[in-house]
Ligand binder design. Structure first.
Ligand code: SF4
Length: 324
């Protein structure tokens, strides 16, 4: 029986402009279970990163605002915590890694100093013990010559090594949850495979829960156990990886699957590759009814006026579409 580590209930996030309030996340609910990798998938602008940043209240307010909802972790609603309580939890219980480590790492501090800093902030370790632990963390993320890398600066490391260093910092306080926002997007295919296999190993060794934000279904298939597909600020389908890859139900998920290049499609002509017509709606022009209806090949009349409700198809598989 899965044990929930994080519960997100009816989360709604908006951004205000001089003209109006734009809703980026429209009341999403889900749970992240202990020791699982849960992927949140969708095109750019669908709200996946905004919803992940909201967990640690990292949305810049204003213009951003968490309008409503609850995010329950360790029996507490993170949206109601005082700033100081939240700071104590960031990096310690819930850690985050981003697409470009260069923007998250401090360029004027060595990798070792950055891990030591995190350890000194959140634990009672002495500086000497913190340095020893930093060395072990670099070993854990399989950085070659860890002793030497401790004293190097971020610019002296390759992109893959920098991402490993970021993961080492994230793991330093043994968090219960790791939020990984497009952790492999900036890396080449070989390094991407190594980082994904490292995330799988960490999950297996530590039973950590990982929320993986990605636009890449190949990454999902490689590491995740469950998937949620997001479109226009809503979750439109969720299920196990098997459910979604073997029998996708939502026309958007089906479109995403069909647009994955296969060996056959690349050997033939790229024109054979299917695409989802149209583009993701802008936040100021989300269509009425089902937000996917202008792009949906199977839209019915009611899709333009009535919003579908999330429906459970099986214990593991749910979809938000009138066809089901
Ligand atoms: Fe398509 Fe209608 Fe289903 Fe939306 S509700 S995905 S428009 S069939």
């Amino acid at each position: 029986m899965p044990v929930p580590e994080l519960l997100v209930k009816n989360l709604k996030v908006s951004f205000s402009t001089s003209k109006k309030e734009l809703i980026a996340v429209r009341g999403i609910s889900y749970q992240l279970n202990q020791g699982e990798i849960l992927a949140l998938v969708g095109e750019s602008g669908c709200g996946k990163t905004v919803s992940a940043l909201s967990i640690l209240r990292l949305i810049q307010e204003p213009p951003g605002k968490i309008v409503s909802g609850e995010i329950i972790f360790a029996g507490k609603d993170l949206l109601k915590l005082k700033k100081k309580e939240l700071q104590g939890l960031r990096g310690k219980d819930i850690a985050m890694i981003f697409q470009d480590p260069m923007t998250s790492l401090n360029p004027v501090l060595t990798i070792g100093e950055q891990i030591i800093e995190t350890l000194l902030r959140h634990t009672s370790l002495s500086r000497k013990k913190a340095r020893e632990k930093s060395f072990r963390l670099l070993e854990q993320v399989e950085i070659p010559s860890p002793l030497q890398k401790l004293d190097q600066y971020p610019h002296q490391l390759s992109g893959g090594m920098r991402q490993r260093a970021m993961i080492a910092i994230a793991l330093s306080c043994s968090p219960r949850i790791l939020i990984a926002d497009e952790p492999t997007t900036a890396l080449d295919v070989l390094i991407q495979a190594q980082i994904l296999s490292l995330l799988k190993k960490i999950k297996k060794d530590t039973q950590m829960s990982i929320l993986l934000i990605t636009h890449d279904l190949g990454v999902v298939a490689e590491v995740a156990g469950r998937v949620m597909v997001m479109y226009a600020g809503e979750i439109v389908e969720s299920g196990s990886v098997n459910d979604l890859f073997r029998s996708p139900l939502h026309p958007y998920t089906i479109g995403l699957m069909e647009s994955i290049p296969t060996l056959e499609s690349t050997q033939q002509k790229l024109s054979k590759l299917k695409e989802i017509s149209g583009t993701v709606p802008s936040l100021s022009q989300v269509p009425f009814g089902c937000p996917f209806h202008p792009r949906c090949p199977t839209a019915e009349t009611r899709c333009k006026t009535d919003k579908p409700k999330f429906k459970e198809i099986s214990k593991t598989h749910s979809v938000n579409c009138w066809l089901h």
